[in-house]
Design a protein. Sequence first.
Lengths: 147, 108
Amino acid sequence: MVNDNKSDTLIQKYTVCANDFASAGAASASVKKTLKQLGFSPDFIRRTSIAMYEGEINMVIHGGGGIAEAEIAENYVKITLTDEGPGIADIDLAMREGFSTASESVRELGFGAGMGLPNIKKQADEINLSSEVGVGTTLVISLFSGA
Amino acid sequence: MTTKKLEKELGLQRLSGNVDKDIESCYISDMLSRVLGGCQSGDVWITVQTSLNMVAVAIMTEAACVIFPEGLSAPDNVVEKADEEGLTIFSSKETAFSLATKIAALLK
Ligand SMILES: Nc1ncnc2c1ncn2[C@@H]1O[C@H](COP(=O)(O)OP(=O)(O)OP(=O)(O)O)[C@@H](O)[C@H]1O
Ligand SMILES: [Mg+2]
């Protein structure tokens, strides 16, 4: 993790490794701890960490690993997940509940319901998924904390 | 209802964790993204998913505890991780259905 403090925002950056199911979720767990320390509301923390975890796991399973960056400010959190994996050919299809290209071995670990992206959309206030086949995928997840 | 009371009432075997937590309801699924979307904070999560990712999902959803049905146990590294994170995992010889009906009765 890299901490890069500007005056009013905290930036945390993590490397997420491909197909490493033992450490998968470490970035999200770390951000969750930080949000707790900073005193965000339990519901906000829960929504943020679920959304980030789904995105992080997608990079592990589908994206060939990547970079997770959390920008934490007083009233918002912006998570940017960037990978240089195979990309997504049809984003509308990928966003649909139940659509999954997960392999049999990944399904045995409990992933591959095709519910991750829909769930991220449900938990977050804003998402932006952009992808190019053969180049990679970037998912930006934003949540605004009340007020 | 709390996790310690549940342990006694259902005769559960504790595999990890020792923090007593309040129980709101119960959720059953083994597909992790379904759980991440459906399991609510304070739920007892019944699952046969005994991998490290199960621990992460239980933490993210703020489940009150996890119960493995049908006598399932967890690998040592999973128990260690759960202890580290303060996650209570129980095991029971009973089926998910039997556990759920008993939990429902206790929550009435
Ligand atoms: N970072 C990524 N790179 C390439 N493809 C991706 C990426 N993220 C998602 N996808 C594609 O979008 C599909 C749907 O993703 P989603 O997270 O909704 O479901 P899943 O990961 O297959 O299953 P689940 O999340 O329920 O475990 C994936 O199966 C995959 O084809
Ligand atoms: Mg997914």
